[in-house]
Write a protein that binds this ligand. Structure first.
Ligand code: NHV
Length: 853
């Protein structure tokens, strides 16, 4: 039935058949070899890939992640490398109207040779290259070679003639050349990152053949979206290689899920060269794309087909989410607002800062992208910031964000240093901005563009001005900032993505040391790290939108054991220090821990408590930000993930293990959250709701209990939970509740009219170090099956921060790092393909007061 309708709608094509054929795409990922220039030895290579990974595969490089190997692998960056392959081309292929060799990404200074012809010299990792090769291809064997210049040596001349050094504090070399290259900044080192300045064909290579024309660009431009109507202008650039005008039929079809396909046709005459064709459509009562937590991120399937003489010569598909996203940045009585409005509703942004997921980026598989985005979704995030020290991410990253309802804050790739602004540099930036805007602008998830990370802040407050005694240099840097972030980038955004918000940099105004900046747009609060302040400072330092704040923790022991041996298990061992890149680090973790917990001597216990501490601290921040809405409208912590096994601010480690912080973030970002906060003599109990419906006839139960489970005081409070707001639900006299703060806690349970639990939270009157926590005897049972393991725990006394540890990387837990209430039984399901029924996994369980036996 459906196919019949489809036929009727699309109509039938005239039966005259031309010489043209469907486009053909051949991936050139086979038969590659690589060689170190000067060595003459050719070894098998993987494309897409990196030279580091190829060397590793050939046992020619020590594992850079292990021990102190990082320094031993640095030689690679100073060498030139050549990649080569050969492939066959048929007579038919040669007879096509055009052939293109497409490199989606080359890292970075590559000379591309095909059959002896120098096709291109590349200079930007962030752009793809499309090279016409019809005249160069031969029937039979074709030889392709890509010569990579050392990114370090290639830029030395610039370094030597500049006459000064750029700040580039994160560049872990004495010769800081990173800023000269349009290459991922983090690959030169960062304060959580190993230095692996890679070279290689890092994204796919494709040979494409077509007749007449191809679709050079397809932009799904949503010009108007409401509940009633969506207007979409499908803007195409069709490049015709025909010497004469050609009649063509452009057909747009779209469908929602398995629903009927709707088609719209347009007849056009393609002139030689670029043809701009628009196929506008209107969709009545569209299914709207909703952010995570607000409903389904509905996606339509759009397809454009170009027919010439009844044959399809080009086509392209896109998944389209219909929605409006507006950034409201306006002067108001407090300063300058900063919030996202999605489909007309203000959205409190919840999420984290994303860094590249691997030091060797091509190793990030589709599965890893989707798993990470699922981790984001499962933890109640609705936004992710692609931070400016990494890369413009892979298409698969944005596809996953589209599918899971995660808004993407996209930085242009500049971070934490000034940059050159000479004409050649500006030309490269201009090319990369156009390329990436066009690549990404149809994604529903793409919420905004931001010029850079922390350059303005650095220029104002990090003392760079004093570094440059020569006023001419400093003036040039300031002017360079204007050129890049106030002129070039916004003008390119305006040209290619006019409806999307652009901001010059993050933070917009200034940094955490200057209280006035909390009032203006987005802020980064590094008080709890570089400022060495306690987590309670989050309660006072409330910005309009918090786009960075963080605290470090070690990854758990099973991850540490991938790079260290038991002899290295000490806070300041050489190996541990090689995996701690922050200027202040391990000592600060201990210092802050002492404010809240007893600081253990034992390394493993310290690792565990450090994880607990990080989760506790960041959760404190999230709650402060949410409590203060609508003044504050977002909370993106630093940082989501790791690019190698390391001590860092991440909530998920390199192997995909959730740290305590990821669980705490999930709890603190819950759609409805109870949050108790002491204000004066009162304990104010807030409801923090991101739901779009007000919950009427709610009931809050308050119970003061001791650690053995005895209820000392109990009360029911009726009320309602207003939609998309944070309000005080009720206030209680603090002293009346906290009569015995060392031995009791408050259990708060919020239920809807039907008795369903909306939120259940514990409020502790004291920090653990000032509690008389029992050495709770937790009993547990384990049931193991193929692919999963169930652990059922119960306790008679309160057990805080229970951690179930298993030596299986990347296993998923329904919950972990949780408190078990006196009398409570809880079943945890651990899933992993690596768990087998007959191979008992070694479980290790602990809580704050010791190991669970
Ligand atoms: O240091 C952790 C993270 C970085 O990895 C990343 O670049 O943008 N961090 C810290 C800061 N910003 C970021 C803020 N750093 C300072 C602010 C003020 C004075 C000194 C450092 C991220």
């Amino acid at each position: 039935m459906k196919s019949l309708k489809w036929l009727l709608m699309v109509g039938s094509f005239p039966l005259c058949l031309g010489a043209q054929n469907a486009p053909e795409s051949v991936k050139l990922h086979q038969g590659w070899e690589f060689s170190q220039v000067g060595k003459g030895e050719w070894l098998p290579a993987t494309v897409p890939g990196t030279v580091h990974q190829d060397l590793l595969n050939q046992d020619k490089l020590l594992n850079p992640f292990y021990g102190m190997n990082e320094e031993k692998v640095q030689w690679v960056e100073n060498e030139d490398w050549v990649y080569r392959t050969s492939f066959q081309v048929t007579e038919e292929q040669l007879n096509r109207d055009e052939a293109l060799l497409c490199f989606d990404g080359l890292d970075t200074y590559a000379d591309i040779y095909l059959n002896g012809s120098l096709l291109e010299r590349t200079d930007n990792m962030f752009v793809g290259y499309t090279l016409p090769v019809k005249e160069v291809l031969r029937k039979g064997e074709n030889r392709l070679q890509v010569y990579f210049h050392s990114p370090i040596k290639y830029t030395l001349g610039q370094f030597e003639t500049d006459g000064f050094e750029y700040p580039a504090d994160n560049d872990h070399s004495k010769t800081r050349v990173s800023i000269y290259s349009r290459k991922a900044p983090y690959s030169y080192g960062w304060d959580w990152g190993i230095r692996l300045a890679t070279s290689g064909i890092w994204r796919p290579v494709t040979l494409k053949f077509f007749d007449v024309a191809r679709i050079e660009d397809y932009f799904v431009n949503q010009t108007m979206v409401s509940k009633e109507l969506a207007k979409i202008d499908n803007a195409l650039e069709i490049n015709s290689v025909s010497k004469s005008p050609k009649l063509a039929e452009v057909v747009l079809t779209y469908a929602y899920k398995d629903g009927a396909k709707v088609a719209k046709k347009k007849n056009v005459t393609l002139q030689p060269g670029i043809n701009k064709v628009n196929v506008p459509v209107e969709i009545a009562n569209p299914h709207l794309w909703m952010p995570n937590g607000w409903g389904e991120p509905a996606l339509y399937d759009f397809e454009i087909v170009v027919n010439v003489d009844g044959k399809t010569i080009a086509s392209e598909q896109k998944r389209v989410g219909l929605r409006t996203i507006k950034v409201v940045m306006e002067d108001d009585k407090d300063g300058k607002s900063f919030y996202f409005e999605v489909n007309g509703q203000p959205m409190f942004a919840k999420g984290a800062n994303f860094i590249p997921d691997d030091a060797l980026l091509p190793n990030v598989t589709e599965e890893r992208y989707y798993q990470l985005m699922k981790d984001v979704k499962d933890a109640n995030h609705n936004m992710i910031r692609v931070w400016g020290g990494g890369v413009y991410e892979d298409d698969r990253f944005y596809n996953a964000a589209d599918e899971m309802g995660i808004l993407v804050w996209q930085d242009f790739i500049f971070a934490c240093t000034t940059y050159p602004s000479d004409p050649n540099f500006l030309r490269r930036v201009s090319e990369e901005a156009e390329y990436n805007i066009k690549r990404l602008r149809s994604h529903a998830s793409l919420a905004m563009w931001c010029g850079n990370n922390e350059i303005y802040e650095g220029m104002r407050y990090w003392g760079w001005d004093k570094k440059y005694e020569n006023p001419v240099i400093w003036a040039e840097m300031k002017e360079g900032y204007n050129k890049l972030f106030h002129q070039l980038l916004p003008s390119i955004v305006k040209e290619y993505d006019a409806d999307r918000f652009y901001m010059h940099g993050s933070p917009y105004e200034a940094n955490w040391g200057r209280p006035h900046s909390w009032k203006i747009a987005d802020s980064h609060n590094w008080g709890t790290w570089y400022g060495q302040k306690p987590f309670e400072s989050f309660d006072k330092e409330i910005p309009r939108f918090m786009s960075e704040y963080g605290f470090q923790a070690f990854p758990e022991m099973k991850t540490i054991s991938t790079f260290a041996e038991p002899k290295d298990y000490a806070l300041e061992s050489d190996v541990m220090n090689a995996h701690q890149k922050a200027s202040i680090g391990n000592a600060l973790i201990k210092k802050t821990m002492a404010l809240y917990y007893d600081v253990p001597e034992d390394f493993e216990e310290l690792v565990y408590k450090g994880l607990v501490l990080q989760g506790f601290g960041i959760r404190h921040g999230i709650e402060a930000h949410r409590r203060n809405r609508p003044y504050c409208m977002g909370s993106l912590y630093w940082q989501l993930n790791d690019s190698w096994p390391v001590v860092s601010w991440s909530s998920i480690d390199y192997y995909g293990n959730w740290k305590a912080m990821h669980y705490q973030g999930k709890r603190a970002f819950a759609p409805i959250l109870l949050n108790a906060f002491k204000e004066g003599d009162d304990l104010c109990i807030y409801t923090l709701s991101d739901e779009l419906q007000t919950m009427k006839n709610a009931t809050l139960q308050l119970k003061v209990m001791n650690f053995d489970g005895k209820v000392l005081n109990s009360k029911l409070v009726k009320g309602e939970v207003p939609a998309n707001a944070s309000v005080v639900y009720c206030k209680e006299n603090y002293e009346a509740l906290a009569k015995d703060p060392r031995n009791t806690f408050l259990l708060m349970t919020l239920k809807d009219a039907k008795g369903k639990v909306l939120s259940e939270e514990i409020y502790y009157f004291n920090y653990p170090k000032d509690q008389e926590l029992p050495v709770a005897k937790v009993s547990y049972k384990v049931k193991q099956m193929d692919g999963k393991c169930e652990v059922t725990l119960s306790t008679k006394q309160l057990a805080r921060d229970i951690f179930i540890e298993i030596p299986v990387q990347g296993a998923r837990f329904t919950d972990n790092f949780f408190d078990l209430l006196p009398g409570q039984t809880k079943k945890i399901v651990i899933t992993s393909d690596k768990i087998k029924k007959n191979e008992p996994v070694q479980l290790k369980l602990r809580h704050l007061k010791g190991i669970i036996k």
